[in-house]
Design a protein around this ligand. Structure first.
Ligand code: FE2
Length: 143
C-alpha cells in the first residue's frame, strides 16, 4: 500500500555538496515516512510526518534560495529562478493543504501522499535543482 522506497542515485547529484547532502536527508526522510505510515497511518502519525517534512523542506528551500541570492541566479537566469521559487511555493502550499485535511479529519491516503512527495522530489531535483546546481558549480569553478 505504500510507495516503493526512493533510492538515491548519482543522477540526483547537483554538483553542490550542501544541496546534495540535504537532498539525501530528504530521500531518507521520505523512506522513513513510508515505513512509518505502513505501520501507522493514524491522523497523529500523518500529522507528525507532514509537520517534520514541511519544516525540513522549508529549511532546505531557504538554503537553496540563499545560494541563488549569493551567486546572482535571479539576475542571470530570471525565468529559471522565478520558476524554481514557484515550485518551492507550490510544494509548501500543497503540504499545508494536506495538513488542513488531516486536521479536519479527512486525511489523504498515505499512498497518494507518498506518491506525490516522491514524484515531486525526483522531478524537482532532476529538472530544477540540477539547473541551479550547474549554475552554482560554474560560478564556483567546481563544475
Ligand atoms: Fe529546489
Amino acid at each position: 500500500m505504500t510507495a516503493p522506497a526512493l533510492a538515491w542515485n548519482d543522477s540526483f547529484a547537483t554538483g553542490v555538496p550542501e544541496i546534495d547532502e540535504q537532498h539525501m536527508i530528504l530521500v531518507h526522510t521520505l523512506n522513513e515516512a513510508s515505513v512509518r505510515l505502513a505501520n501507522d497511518a493514524s491522523l497523529e502519525s500523518l500529522e507528525r510526518i507532514t509537520q517534520d517534512l514541511l519544516s525540513y523542506a522549508l529549511y532546505h528551500f531557504e538554503t537553496e534560495e540563499q545560494l541563488m541570492h549569493t551567486y546572482g541566479y535571479p539576475e542571470d537566469s530570471s525565468a529559471d529562478a522565478a520558476q524554481h521559487l514557484e515550485q518551492h511555493r507550490a510544494f509548501s502550499a500543497k503540504v499545508v493543504q494536506v495538513r488542513e485535511g488531516i486536521k479536519q479529519g479527512t486525511p489523504v491516503a498515505p499512498e497518494d501522499l507518498l506518491g506525490f512527495l516522491n514524484g515531486w522530489l525526483v522531478n524537482h531535483i532532476l529538472n530544477t535543482d540540477k539547473k541551479l546546481g550547474a549554475f552554482i558549480a560554474a560560478r564556483r569553478g567546481t563544475a
